[in-house]
Design a protein. Structure first.
Length: 73
């Protein structure tokens, strides 16, 4: 579903600007519901949240936040 864009870090290598991703956030499986009377509505939202961070030393993405199911009321 929805996925947030990566945040980038700017560094200098031999006078050149190099962009390296820092963190990638992901929100998926979004479900929302509204229920109740017009005078007293309530809503709930469910989604899966995860985040990874880039480790330049190993040139690999590592989990920052393991995928977790989230509930907001």
């Amino acid at each position: 579903m929805g996925q947030l864009k990566r945040l980038y870090h700017f560094g200098f290598v031999r006078g050149l600007v190099q962009m390296a991703p820092l963190v990638e956030f992901s929100v998926s499986g979004i479900q929302a519901s509204v229920h109740g009377r017009m005078e007293a509505l309530s809503s709930t939202t469910n989604f899966t949240l995860s985040a990874t961070t880039y480790n330049g030393k190993y040139d690999a993405w590592e989990p920052l936040i393991e995928p977790c199911d989230t509930f907001v009321r």
